[in-house]
Design a protein around this ligand. Sequence first.
Ligand SMILES: N[C@@H](CCC(=O)N[C@@H](CS)C(=O)NCC(=O)O)C(=O)O
Length: 231
Amino acid sequence: MRPTITAFDWVPDFAKGQVRDLRVRWALEEVGQPYDVIYLSQGEQKQPPHRARQPFGQVPTYEAGDVLLFESGAIVHHIAATHGDILLPAEPAARAQAIEWMFAALNTVEPPIMDHAIATLFERGEPWSKPRLPAILDRIDLRVGELSRRLGQQTWLEGDVFTAGDLLMVTVLRIIAGDGLLDAYPNLIAYVARGEARPAFIRALADQMAGFTGSPPPEFAAWAARQGAMS
Ligand SMILES: N[C@@H](CCC(=O)N[C@@H](CS)C(=O)NCC(=O)O)C(=O)O
């Protein structure tokens, strides 16, 4: 059954290539599953039809037959779990470890990275953001340092096999890669680059970028002016 996902037809420039439907597109590309996309304009995600898919009014969602899912991690897990051992090893212990890394990416590494995005982008103009930044940067550095030490010189988190855990971890790390926050950890920079070099990632990113055909909502200009210059 060909799935349908949801994505935005417009986001600010800083979010292009980062919106979380990228994770889902990447997983679908890795397993060779074609899919359709419903594009939402900004604001539509909070309207009842989309709220019925996603209670928090966000993207992505995934629908295939009677399976309707939200949360990028749950969707990537579902795709991985329903496509043999392409993204999750068949051996039970290795499979459990790959799932553990999925949770680590979303529950341990991503939270301070999202705090950074809130302070430097979404709430950049707010008086509380600048004072919070040093503590946020410390928390990020703690986590990525710990991750760097665990990864060592391995290709992927559990060795030679790319899993859904790597897929999510790469998407999380690349949020801050452009800000120089991985620069002290060359093995993490190389790890992200390996993920981004995968043909499935390249297709997923190109497709997300090609979907940005819409226009900003009327209130965007005023919001951007309040936060400081951003496109
Ligand atoms: N935990 C959710 C987060 C989803 C999320 O933050 N989506 C963002 C795009 S990356 C969104 O839809 N933001 C628009 C909004 O909240 O109105 C997931 O992983 O799916």
